[in-house]
Design a protein around this ligand. Structure first.
Ligand code: SF4
Ligand code: SF4
Length: 117
């Protein structure tokens, strides 16, 4: 019986690795360019699905580190990202960008108990 359990675990591991590879390949096809997201962002595919492109996180950044992806960015067009060559994120302790986000696209601070604005 132990053998069956080991075999099931091995199959599960192979399946999980396959799913991971498919997800990475899909992500690479859909979003060929990598954007550095504000802190607390979901993994990229989830972020793209959850972000409404409302832009609310952009003006609340005290150092204006968040900018909007251009229209040529395909699926990522209009989403917020950090252009660290111009301005780095200073990792605000209260994470205003995540607190103002109306969806779970940015949410690390919210998960840690910070109230939304
Ligand atoms: S943590 Fe602060 S500095 Fe960093 S992106 Fe969010 S608001 Fe801007
Ligand atoms: S506030 Fe949230 S939903 Fe709106 S643009 Fe920023 S990440 Fe996307």
């Amino acid at each position: 019986m132990e053998f069956r359990g080991d075999r099931r675990d091995a199959l599960k591991s192979v399946f999980e690795q396959w799913v991971q590879r498919v997800m990475e390949a899909t992500e690479q096809r859909m979003v060929p360019q990598r954007y550095l997201r504000p802190p607390g962002a979901l993994p990229e595919l989830g972020f793209l699905a959850a972000c409404t492109r409302c832009g609310d996180c952009i003006p609340v950044c005290p150092v204006r580190a968040i900018v909007r992806a251009p229209t040529e960015a395909g699926l990522a067009a209009g989403t917020p990202y950090l252009n660290v060559q111009v301005q780095a994120c200073i990792a605000c302790p209260d994470m205003p960008c995540a607190r103002v986000c109306p969806t779970e696209a940015l949410s690390a601070g919210v998960r840690e108990g910070l109230p939304r604005r």
